[in-house]
Design a binder for this molecule. Structure first.
Ligand code: URA
Length: 297
């Protein structure tokens, strides 16, 4: 296990311990790595699993313990799934600010992304009715510290405008708060690893818990995988069908990057139909013109 991953694992274990967990199960490799640092800083009592398959299975079923709903600001940043909060607009703004500060102070999390320039927390209205959740910052987002500002982001912005809204009316966030490292000298972006997703997940859970929008929109496979801790999510099968996350209606749809790769009306229409459902769900008026967007004659 490399040092960064080891540090991130220890950080996660400490969070679970703070949340009241007594034991957790880890793979043989993790167990051996943690055993060697046990004397210096005792982590949780860990139990070794027997196989990688068993490890995967348990990874799916492990849930961070719930924390008190009465303490939104003091909640450990990596709290994960916890009881819903009911905050007013000013409290939401303060809680988000506090969460952003907590994440940027997490040196071990930061260290997992050694080429990232900026933390990309999220942007928009703290009391937004609609929250969009993407995968991870890319190069443009990393440079500007704001989610969805590159090509895919510009398309997302157009989609939001087509709904009759502005970016500032909604909230936009990602599963990861830093751009996943690419090999030095290479361009482009890569899909986050399972470990990057697992370590980041509590933060997006906490953002959703604070904002509590009327509807969530999960953009692409990684958003679904990150939120629901599924293995590979089949967005083609899940898109267009409402599900729930933290008791909030969630609409899975294609990532705008997919539409950039497949810029045909039939695919745009699918995403648009998903967004029409979102508009109806939060009570936005849908005009006849809007209803017909991307319908081929
Ligand atoms: N893709 C994402 O998933 N998120 C961003 O912020 C940018 C591109």
């Amino acid at each position: 296990m490399n040092q960064q991953l080891e540090n991130a694992t220890v950080d996660y274990l400490r969070t679970l311990r703070d949340l009241g967990a007594q034991t957790v199960e880890v793979s043989a490799a993790t167990f051996d790595a943690l055993k060697s640092r046990r004397k210096k800083s005792p982590p949780l009592p860990v139990r070794r699993t027997t196989s990688a398959a068993a490890d995967d299975e348990r990874r799916e079923s492990r849930r961070p313990a719930a924390v008190s709903a009465a303490a939104p600001i003091a909640v450990p940043a990596a709290a994960g799934d916890a009881p819903p909060l009911n905050l007013d607009s000013a409290q939401k703004a303060a809680a988000l600010e506090q969460l952003a500060a907590t994440i940027s102070a997490n040196a071990e999390y930061r260290a997992m992304f050694k080429y990232a320039k900026n933390m990309v927390f999220g942007v928009g209205a703290p009391d937004a009715q609609i929250m969009f959740i993407g995968e991870a910052p890319g190069a443009d987002e990393d440079a500007q510290g704001e989610p969805f500002v590159g090509r895919a982001g510009q398309l997302l912005t157009k989609m939001i405008q087509a709904m009759g809204l502005q970016r500032a009316d909604v909230y936009i966030g990602n599963i990861l708060k830093y751009r996943p490292d690419m090999p030095p000298g290479s361009s482009g972006n890569r899909k986050p690893t399972m470990d990057e997703i697992a370590v980041s997940r509590p933060y997006i859970c906490e953002q959703v818990r604070i904002i509590r929008p009327k509807a969530l929109v999960a953009l692409g496979n990684t958003a679904i995988e990150g939120l629901f801790k599924t293995g590979r999510a089949a967005i083609t099968q899940r898109r267009g069908q409402w599900t729930e996350f933290q008791g909030i209606p969630l609409m899975p749809t294609y990532h705008p990057a997919y539409l950039l790769r497949n810029p045909v009306n039939s695919e745009k229409r699918k995403v648009w139909e998903d967004l029409l459902q979102v508009m109806a769900r939060v009570g936005l008026t849908v005009s006849d013109k809007q209803r017909r967007y991307f319908l081929t004659k």
